[in-house]
Design a protein around this ligand. Structure first.
Ligand code: FES
Ligand code: CO
Length: 342
């Protein structure tokens, strides 16, 4: 297996002038958004999310009247009503009722709130603060929708860490046999084999072979890490591939949502075409909670808190840190990222 061929322009050549607001970011697990308003924060912007008959809706969490958080309000007849004076907004963000004005009195045209694009994908709610310039990261090979796979996403963790630092940790091979040696070590041991890192239209990719499995790593700009694990048929000639059964495949993703420059919501999701009778919690849900807790203390301790994107800052090992170096160079090409990255 080789690094997948690059058919479109590498991401690093597409992004001049892009800002973090130009991307979709995951904000909530679908189970966190219901028919009453709930507050979230993305890139320092306070949001209010709710679900109505047509789907999820995201607004700026700010009433146009006196700046009260609309997440304190309530939904009545499918409309969001402010907790302070009861101004009520429809799903387009237009104010449709002001209790202090008489019946039939005109509502000022400027009485509307800021609405953001919001969609559900991979059991998460994604929001774009600007018109998004890129798609939501694509799950490899359509596995998420494939009925022969079992897929799930778990509730997020919040780390007091920069999203770039957290994403780099998710793609860091070198710490697996150290921080996670009792849970998810590389089978070949701590020495990292040479692995090519190649630019793609979404960011970068690398293929890493460890004992009987192939890991295909993808980093989707700016903060998504996807790892697809494929069993090697050659390693088990009498095994599943030989009798016509599908090769065991498992794919996980860590989506890092920048709350602000110092806080990140981390979502984990996975797909598998084996162990289908196992509960999701038994398969990887509980393990991932432990692994995330191990990583959290490490990443929250990193200084500077921002991920340095100049390679002369911090020290790198050419082979073990190859993916991280590629990721930092990628982030360094993003401009207009404000305080969230250096
Ligand atoms: Fe929202 Fe007055 S502040 S109705
Ligand atoms: Co880790």
């Amino acid at each position: 297996m080789s690094v997948q061929s690059i058919t479109k322009r590498p991401f690093g050549e597409q992004i001049a002038g892009a800002s973090l607001e130009d991307f979709w970011h995951p904000v909530a697990h679908v189970s966190e958004v219901g028919d009453q308003p709930k507050a979230f924060t993305l890139l320092g912007e306070r949001l209010v999310l709710l679900r109505d008959a047509e789907g999820v809706v995201a607004f700026q969490d700010l009433c146009i009247h006196r700046g009260v958080a609309l997440s304190l309000g309530s939904v009545e007849n499918g409309r969001l009503s402010c907790a302070y004076h009861g101004w009520t907004y429809d799903r387009t963000g237009a104010c449709v009722h002001i209790p202090q004005l008489g019946e039939g009195a005109p509502i000022p045209r400027k009485a509307r709130i800021v609405k953001y694009q919001a969609v559900e994908k991979y059991d998460l709610v994604w929001v774009a603060l600007n018109e998004p310039k890129w798609d939501i990261p694509q799950w490899p090979d359509g596995m998420w929708e494939d009925p022969s796979f079992r897929s799930h996403a778990i509730l997020p963790k919040v780390w007091k860490a920069n999203a770039g630092r957290a994403a780099e940790n998710a793609a860091d091979l070198s710490h697996l046999n150290h921080v996670h040696k009792d849970y998810i070590p590389l089978h070949d041991g701590p020495v990292i084999h040479r692995h090519e890192v190649a630019p793609t239209e979404y960011g970068l990719t690398s293929v890493y072979q460890d004992a009987g499995v192939i890991w295909e790593w993808q980093i989707h700009a700016p903060f998504t890490v996807i790892a697809k694990k494929t069993g090697l048929p050659a390693a088990d000639p009498a095994g599943s591939a030989a009798d016509g059964q599908p090769v065991p495949v498992m794919c996980w993703a860590a989506f890092h949502s920048p709350i602000d420059e110092h806080h990140t919501r981390i979502f984990y999701a996975s797909s598998r075409n084996h162990s289908l009778d196992m509960s999701d919690a038994d398969f990887d849900g509980e393990l991932i909670q432990l692994v995330f807790d191990q990583d959290q203390v490490i990443v929250e301790s990193q200084r500077p808190e921002h991920i340095p994107v100049e390679l002369r800052e911090e020290l790198h090992l050419k082979v073990p840190d190859a993916i991280a170096m590629g990721y930092r160079q990628l982030l360094g090409k993003l401009s207009k990222v404000g305080p969230y990255l250096p």
